[in-house]
Design a protein around this ligand. Structure first.
Ligand SMILES: NC(=O)c1ccc[n+]([C@@H]2O[C@H](COP(=O)([O-])OP(=O)(O)OC[C@H]3O[C@@H](n4cnc5c(N)ncnc54)[C@H](OP(=O)(O)O)[C@@H]3O)[C@@H](O)[C@H]2O)c1
Length: 283
């Protein structure tokens, strides 16, 4: 943990998707390190645990309702923060889930919903905070991408493409924002041990789907790899380090699996890398 309460002094941070996993740990990590933290979640009924810890440790953390797919909800939450604190220095766009299934089995509505949360959700929050950060002439936006923002996986086309889109968006936005003192960073975790929701497209539930054998293999793999995944506390720690860095990197990998995969990707041809993925995930 970086104990930089000095740096964090009076800085206001907003984290989306703080009800569990990476968002939950990040909100606590920021609050424990002196950030005035707004742990936002779409379902306020899930706030009991984080509120108990906040009270027990006397943390500068407040829970707010925010659904990243809802314009009104994003506006209300951010207006609320501005009324209370007058500034927002850090935003962590973390809310997300994974639609797992073949493109043929996924309806356009299911794919659009995936992008609505993972991609447009982050845009919705950024469009609301950018004018504030521009006025402040400072701000840090952390977009929680994934190793799946750099590498494709079987049955992951919708999720992977939403994260590739988030990567391209963030990289391009960095050129727009630098002149205003606003930084945009990407966090790329490997497999993390959270309750990460894998949503199965309706059509893929049909056991007669021609993609069932690959789906079953991937689902088997995911259950065991997530249980052995890196702790979300490690991701939270990387986020804290990145935002308190004087000159942060654009991208931060988290977890040994993420480093190994990116290394293999860099050192392999497309064909050889595809063989590695098939060998690891489908055999
Ligand atoms: N776990 C992994 O292996 C892994 C690896 C790489 C990247 N990631 C990324 O890390 C981020 C967090 O995932 P996690 O692993 O921590 O999973 P998680 O424990 O399921 O947390 C996801 C969070 O996103 C929230 N969320 C979903 N839709 C939302 C919406 N419309 N508005 C606001 N919040 C919403 C969830 O809220 P509810 O509780 O209400 O559902 C939950 O708080 C995601 O962007 C994911 O893609 C995860």
């Amino acid at each position: 943990m970086v104990g930089n309460k000095e740096v964090a002094n009076k800085k206001v941070a907003l984290v989306t998707g703080s009800s569990s996993g990476i968002g939950y740990e990040t909100a606590l990590m920021l609050a424990r390190n002196g950030f005035d933290t707004y742990a936002t979640m779409r379902n306020a009924n899930k706030s009991k645990e984080i509120e108990e810890i906040t009270k027990k440790e006397n943390l500068p953390l407040r829970v707010l309702k925010l659904d990243v797919t809802d314009d009104r909800s994003v506006d209300d939450a951010i207006n609320n923060i501005l009324n209370e604190k007058k500034s927002i220095e850090v935003v962590v766009n973390n809310a997300g889930y994974g639609l797992m299934g073949s493109i043929e089995d996924s309806s356009l509505d299911e794919i659009k919903a995936q992008f609505e949360t993972n991609f447009f959700g982050a845009i919705r929050v950024m469009q609301k905070v950018l004018p504030i950060m521009r006025q402040q002439k400072a701000g840090t936006i952390v977009n929680v991408s994934s190793i799946a923002g750099r590498i494709g996986f079987p049955m992951g086309s919708s999720y992977v493409s939403s994260k590739f889109a988030l990567e391209g968006l963030s990289e391009s936005m960095s050129y727009e924002l630098e002149q205003f003192g606003i930084r945009i960073l990407l966090i790329e975790p490997g497999v993390i041990n959270t309750n990460f929701a894998f949503v199965t497209p309706k059509k893929a539930l049909d056991t007669n789907s021609p993609y069932s054998p690959i789906m079953n293999k991937m689902q088997e793999n995911l259950v065991s790899t997530i249980a052995n995944g890196t702790s979300p506390k490690e991701v939270a720690n990387v986020i804290l380090c990145a935002i308190t860095e004087d000159s942060p990197e654009r991208r931060y990998l988290v977890g040994n699996d993420a480093f190994e995969l990116i290394d293999a990707r860099k050192n392999s041809t497309d064909k050889d890398f595809e063989k590695i993925i098939v060998g690891n995930l489908l055999k």
